[in-house]
Design a protein around this ligand. Sequence first.
Ligand code: PBG
Length: 333
Amino acid sequence: MLPYQPAPFPLARPRRLRSSPWVRRLVAETTLTPADLIWPLIVHDGAEDRVPVASMPGVFRLSPKAAAAAAVEARDLGIPMIALFPNVDGAIKDAVGTGATDPDGLIPECIKAIKDAAPEIGVMTDVALDCYTDHGHDGVMEGDRIANDASLDRLAEQAFIHAHAGADVVAPSDMMDGRIQAVREALEANGFSDTLILSYAAKFASAFYGPYRDAVGSSTALKGDKKTYQMDYANSDEALKEVAMDLSEGADAVMVKPGMPYLDIVRRVSETFRVPTFAYQVSGEYAMMQASIANGWLDQDRAILETLHGFKRAGCAGVLTYFAPQAARLLSR
Ligand code: PBG
């Protein structure tokens, strides 16, 4: 039901408000600017500065040095924050993800390189063990189960290592129960009470993470699936419960993931909680669009801006997208 009764045609002619670019701009209900974008960067410990990711055309695995250059580019484009995701040598992967808590590991090195080169940009890190475990799961295992409580200590330590290296925002993406509280307590206890937590609160078990798992090299490792911890895509009320718990445990902002197939969840979360709500246009969404663009089936610039604007319309404070630099360039024209 509308809150008013529109006048009948021909008194009401909705097209009047669309009749020229200036009036469309004047009455636009939402805006998209570079300040709405978070750029995910895949970083690696390999020798080369930039290695293309086959399943994500236009995305590269970056060395710490190349990541610092990307952060400078992002800052200059007006992008407020980058997010780091690691691809580490398979030889350092083990059952408990030891590499995740190495204070001299790839992520701490990248954070420091970025903070040296572009101190003005926010740096967000992924808190999860999957990139460091030989089984590819986000927590530790007991037999063939992902052990919730035993994973919490590892995740809290990882978040501390990131904060200590200079991360501004830690983003637990593991979906263990109680991880936000564990991370918040570890940060508080160690003098990092100003470090933000952006929780991947409603993260669904999704086919759309496929290209990312290739990019970080966790797909060959992954045993089974993540359905015992990531959410079932049949559910929506459950997303509200997850968000409520994460906020009560100390999350500053929340995320819905994936993005485009889950804008209904974004809408419910942002309306219910009125906290900064982000969404992630994930690797599979990016790959799907790039494949169509490469075939000439979608117009690149229009498709990028339309999808990103959709996130804002749904209620997002911002969007994680691999298209961030392209979008920022289009928006600053
Ligand atoms: C895992 C993590 C994933 C992504 C970000 N962090 C994948 C997963 O849960 O398997 C996906 C990002 C993307 O698909 O773009 N900690």
